[in-house]
Design a protein around this ligand. Sequence first.
Ligand code: NAI
Ligand code: MG
Length: 538
Amino acid sequence: MQVQDPVLAQALASDSEPTLPPHLSPDLFPRLAAGATLCGGEHESFAVETPFTRQAFGSVLMGTSADVDYAVERARRAQQSWAKLPVAERAATLLRFHDLLLERQAEGLDLIQLETGKARYHAFVEYYALVATARYYAYHGPKHLRSQFRTGFLPLLTQTEVHHQPKGVVGIIAPWNYPLLLVYTDAMPALLAGNAIVVKPAEQTPFSALWGAQLMYEAGLPPELLHIVPGYGADAGAALTEAVDYVHFTGSTEVGRTVGQQAAAGLKEFSLELGGKNPAIIRHDADLEKTVKGMQDTCFLIAGQTCVSTERIYVHESLFDEFVTRFAALTEAMLINARYDFSAHMGSLASQEQLDKVTAHVDDAVEKGATVVTGGQALPHIGPLFYAPTLLTGVRAGMDLFREETFGPVVAIYPFKTDDEALALANDSAYGLSASVWTRDLSTGRRLAECLECGMVGVNDGFFAAWGSIDAPMGGFKASGFGRRNGPEGLLKYTEPQNVATQLFAPMVPAALGFTQEAFAGVVDTAFRLIKHIPGLR
Ligand code: NAI
Ligand code: MG
C-alpha cells in the first residue's frame, strides 16, 4: 500500500491553513455557509473538517427548531405557486441542474472528496448517480405524474380521474456518506411533483448540500423552494420531522425507527433508507476472475460506508480457497491515498466514530477466533482515519460483525455447500437491502435472486447495475427501510393521489337517476351480472 502523500504530510505537519483541492478556493465556504436558512439570533458555530487530515476547512452555523420552523414556513408559502406551474417547467429546471452538474464536475468531486474523505472514483460514482437521476426524472417524471382515467363505478355514468397532488413541504434528513447524492436524489422527484424542500444535512457534511442548492438556484429553482438548515439530528432533525408534510430519511436503522414513529404519530407519510448487512452468493460455476474484480468495489466503495456494500460473502466450498487467495491478492494491491485524482482504489473512513466502530468490530472478531486474511488495522501513515480493506474468515455467531452492520471496509467470507444453504445463510439477517448472486447459469442466478429477501439483487454484479437502473425502485426489505427511491415509486410517494369522479348525467343516487331504491338495486344487480361478461367494461 502506498505510503503517505507528501502533500498530505505537509498539511498534517503544519497547523496553518488546510490544503484545499485544486478546484476549490477558501472563499467558497463562507459563501456557501451564508446560503443556509436561519432566522435571527445566536447560533452555535460548527467546524467542518476533512477526514483526509482532520483539519477544519470551513464552518457553518447550526440551526435549531426555530430555524427549521422558519424555513418550513417560507417553503410552505412558496410551494403553492410552484405546484401550479406546468410540470414541464419544473422538469426543465431538473434538466438545467443536470447540465450544471456536468459543467461543474471537477469542483463537485473536489468538494465531495474534501468533505467525506472518499476516493475520487467513489466521488465520481456518487456524482454520476445523481446526474443519471436528474436525467431520468427530467425526461420520465412528467409521464408518471400525468393524471389518469380509471374505471368508474358504473360504466358510462361516471368519469373517474386520478391526480397526483404534491404533499406540500417535504423534509429530507441526509447522512454523511453521500452528502450530495442523498440530498438531491430525493429532493429532485419531490420538487418535480410540486413540493418545496427543507433539508437537514448530516452534521459533518453540510457543504455538499449547500453547494447543490446553489446549483439548483442557478438552474432556475426559486430559492424559496429549497432550504438547507444545518443542525444536529436530535434537535433540527427531530424538528423537521415535526414540521413538514412528508419526511424522507437516510441513515441508521436506529434513528430511522425514531423518525418513522414520530412521522406516524403526526399521521404523515415517510420513507426510510436504512442499513444493510448485504450478502453475496458465489456459486460453484461463477467466473472467478470477474467475480473477484466485481467484489472489490462492491465491498470497498467509499471504504464500505455505503448502505448497499457487501459485508458477507458466501462462496461454494469448491471455490472457497481459490476465491479467498485471489480476492486477498487483489485487495492487497489496492492503492489507498488522500489524493484529489483517480489514483486511489479506496479513501478514508469518514469520522473518528466510524474508525472506532470498524476497529471494535474487527478486534472483537479476532479476539473471538476469526482469522484476518488481509488488513485488520488502521493505516495512520496514510491519514488519521484510514483503515485497511479487510477480509476475515472463521467469523461465527457471537462476534459483533456476524450480524451487525460494520459500515466499513470489512468483509467476512464463509463457505457453503448447496444453493439452499446459501439462501438460508444470506436471508438469516434482520436486514434486507442488497445482495448479489454470481454464476454462469443466469436462469438459476435469477431464480436465487427472487428467493433473497432484499430490495435489490445483482446477478453477476454487486449493486451498481441495480442502483444505476434509476427507472427501478431502490430500497430495503425488513429493517433496511420503508418505501423506495427511484423510478415511479420514488416520485409518486411525494404525492397525494386524488380521486375526482364526475357524474355525467345525474348524481349517483336512485332519486336523481329517476329510480326507486328498489328499482335502482335491481338495475345495479342486473348491470353487475352483465358487466362480468363484457371485457371492455369489467
Ligand atoms: P444517523 O442515523 O445518526 O444520522 C443520519 C442523519 O440523521 C443525520 O443527518 C443526523 O443528524 C440525523 N439524525 C440523528 N438523530 C436524529 C433524530 N433523532 N431525528 C432526526 N434526525 C436525526 O447515522 P450516524 O450516527 O451518522 O451513523 C451511524 C451508523 O448508521 C453508521 O455506522 C451506519 O451503520 C449507519 N448509517 C447508514 C447510512 C445509510 O446509507 N443507510 C448512512 C449513515 C449511517
Ligand atoms: Mg447517530
